[in-house]
Design a binder for this molecule. Structure first.
Ligand code: NAD
Length: 361
């Protein structure tokens, strides 16, 4: 048995976590679930949204499936999601985007994977507020060292891109391509404008690519990449991007294949990996047995592949595909009309997926 931490989250989290766990168990995967809590519900009893026991469990098991967690606005409560990513240095955010027959979308032939760098770039959190003493000192220094002048009313965000960080994520993208039998990696940048950050990213991408002669490599400027993805997404396979472009293009690609309900994800570090849906905790649907469990179930497919349980992963993926293609036992958001009375609940959709798994075994 492989031990996997299951963080049930809050809002719709517990419902979709339960549905996903049942589907994964039905594949025959030899997983022992170590159920742990995080989020606003446990905050009331434990005094923290991220109990030490949950962190210890992720550290011990190295692999977690995490349901969504609310980040309340305007309280001292930090984002548990960001905290987990930082704590375990989950530097790679992997988001496959694949067309499933039966999902309403403008495209039907997409099968690409976004690999986003998760720790550097403008998201590193190094920011200087307009008017602060540090900001004014920084502006003075910059003005003394550059022919371009910055006014004293500027706020400044720093964009660090390192050799080590780029090497690590681009190598990850190539290793992922190799492991998953994919044939091409596209590195995305704006090296023509930001020569010392995106230029460095491109230089290192090219160096790393030389070590993987079995996999095709190309690069694209980010604005062109957006147009290409809208016009001919079928040309792309694995796409590796710095943090900011990765964030934006993940949503673009989720939109290409039917939106948030279909968008699974993984945050991967050197030792730990946490699998989660791209969507949040949708608190207004809490406890209604209404929402779509597919994004978390597909995150479960990624988890099974990560654990090398390829047969189980394919069983689960095919069963999800079959249920969606039939279009009968699906939640309201997957029906052509969202008020369709034939829509089923979260658990009933999971039951239909489990029935397909059992029929196929
Ligand atoms: P959200 O993704 O929770 O919901 C946006 C809308 O998308 C919902 O109103 C709902 O209509 C729809 N939706 C989301 N998931 C769905 C599903 N499985 N099935 C059907 N419809 C679904 O985004 P939000 O409202 O911006 O955020 C709510 C909370 O979730 C916030 O506190 C936010 O910080 C948090 N959040 C957490 C994560 C995470 O845990 N990784 C990610 C994003 C947002």
């Amino acid at each position: 048995m492989t031990n996997v931490t299951l963080i049930t989250g809050d809002g719709i989290g517990p419902e979709i976590a339960d549905a996903t766990r049942r589907c994964i168990d039905a594949t025959g995967a030899a997983i022992a679930w170590d159920v742990q809590l995080a989020g606003v519900d446990v905050m009331e009893t434990a005094g923290t949204p991220l109990p030490e026991a949950t962190l210890e469990s992720v550290k011990k098991n190295g692999v977690a499936l995490k349901a969504p967690i609310t980040t309340p606005v305007g309280t001292g409560f930090r984002s548990v999601n960001v905290h987990l990513r930082q704590m375990f240095n989950l530097y790679a955010c992997v988001r496959p985007c694949k067309s499933y027959v039966g999902v309403r979308s403008k495209y039907d032939n997409i099968d690409l994977v976004i690999v986003r760098e998760n720790t550097e770039d403008l998201y590193a959190g190094i920011e200087y507020e307009k008017g602060s003493r540090e900001t004014l000192e920084l502006i003075d220094w910059l003005n003394a060292h550059s022919s371009r002048k910055i006014g004293p009313d500027a706020g400044i965000s720093i964009k660090p891109i390192t050799v080590a960080g780029t090497e690590r994520i681009v190598s990850y993208a190539f290793e992922y391509a190799r492991k998953m039998g994919r044939s091409k990696v596209t590195s995305v940048h704006k090296a023509n404008i930001m020569k010392y950050t995106d230029g460095l990213w491109l230089e290192i991408s090219r160096e790393v690519a030389k070590r993987y002669t079995d996999i095709e490599f190309e690069d694209r400027i980010v604005d062109n990449m957006c147009m290409q993805l809208v016009q001919k997404p079928e040309l792309y396979d694995v796409i590796v991007l710095p943090n900011l472009y990765g964030d934006i293009l993940s949503d673009l690609c989720a939109g290409l294949v039917g939106g948030l309900g279909m968008a699974p994800g993984a945050n991967v570090g050197e030792k730990e990996a946490i699998f989660e849906a791209t969507h949040g905790s949708a608190p207004k649907y809490k406890g209604l047995n209404k929402v779509n469990p597919v994004a978390l179930i597909l995150s479960g497919v990624l988890l099974l592949r990560h654990l090398g349980m390829m047969k189980e992963a394919e069983r689960l993926d095919s069963a999800v595909a079959a249920v969606i293609a039939e279009g009968k036992s699906v939640t309201y958001d997957m029906k052509p009309d969202r008020d369709d009375p034939t829509a089923v609940g979260t658990q009933e959709m999971a039951d239909a997926i489990i029935a397909k798994i059992k029929a196929g075994r």
